[in-house]
Write a protein of this length. Structure first.
Length: 299
């Protein structure tokens, strides 16, 4: 588990495994305190030991940490890419400690074209085994709450899309080392209020993605949510609708021991050449919501 400064929850960002060492080296001076390394759909054929050594060398002398490693494919199906994703879960569970983390994050997977209920038995089968392997290695697993654009009745990639799905998952597999990689954005675009949800589920939240949303209420009132007009936008924190001071307050009230890592590359304005401008703004905004720098009390 990450070591924390007196400021409390570390604020960082997500970096892709391909080029991670170079990217971390370049952006570390801006004050990022943690990094999730994402391997997309596959970590197969990557020298994880070598990568971990290089990353640790870049972080040496800083207080920054690798918060987690992530794999975001579909481990419940049987196409070659799916089997590679499942193998990648196993590889990251085995090698997470090399990066100084005990957390592997990703999608649950899903039985393609089937409902969430129909996918639960396969989920239990796959992650029942993975969670036991992870427990033996003191590793935790956390599932992102992203729908990937699919619905309850049919989909790909992920089951863990909303609270009812979480209830089914945790009832089917009540492992203590399985939790959520939560962010408000994915709930807001379903028109769910994330604040009461976080209060209820915070004990199951192992990791946060720092991604927000802007909900265009005027568009919804005029056109609804299935018309041609876009009614919601994914945003970098500091540009969306969420009160991150409230989010961090709830986390701290419940002794949250994870990090908040910005999930960039989604903002409709701060993108392309403005990507890191937006991310550094989000970093500093989240630090302010955290309460700023630690200040000693007078004696």
């Amino acid at each position: 588990m990450a070591k924390f400064s007196k400021e409390g929850i570390k604020i960082g960002t997500i970096v892709k495994a391909d080029g991670a060492v170079s990217v971390i080296r370049q952006i570390l001076p801006y004050g990022f305190e943690s990094f999730e390394i994402t391997f997309g759909g596959s970590a197969v054929n990557i020298d994880l030991k070598k990568m971990a050594e290089e990353v640790k060398a870049v972080l040496a002398g800083s207080n920054a940490v690798i918060s987690s490693v992530g794999i975001y494919g579909n481990p419940l199906e049987n196409e070659p890419k799916d089997r590679e994703t499942l193998k990648s879960w196993e590889l990251l569970i085995d090698n997470a400690h090399l990066f100084g983390t005990d957390l592997v994050c990703g999608f649950t997977g899903r039985v393609r074209g089937k409902s969430i209920e129909e996918s639960i038995p396969r989920y239990k089968e796959v992650f029942g085994g993975l969670s036991k392997i992870a427990k033996d290695k003191n590793v935790r697993l956390a599932f992102e709450n992203c729908s990937m654009g699919w619905s309850w009745k049919s989909g790909d990639h992920n089951i863990a899309i909303n609270p009812k799905a979480w209830e089914l998952m945790f009832d089917a597999l009540p492992a203590e080392n399985i939790g959520l990689e939560w962010e408000p954005c994915h709930q807001m675009v379903q028109l769910i209020d994330p604040i009461p949800q976080l209060r209820k589920w915070v004990k199951k939240v192992f990791h946060l993605h720092g991604k927000d949303a802007t909900i265009c209420r005027d568009v919804i009132l005029e056109s609804g949510i299935i018309g041609p007009a876009q009614f919601a936008y994914h945003r970098t924190p500091g540009f969306g609708d969420s009160n991150w001071s409230d989010i961090i307050t709830i986390l701290r009230q419940n002794n949250y021991q994870g990090t908040i890592d910005i999930e960039g590359w989604h903002d409709p304005v701060y993108k392309k050449e403005l990507e890191m401008t937006g991310q550094v703004h989000g970093l500093n905004y989240l630090k302010r919501c955290r309460g700023g720098d630690f200040v000693e009390n007078p004696v």
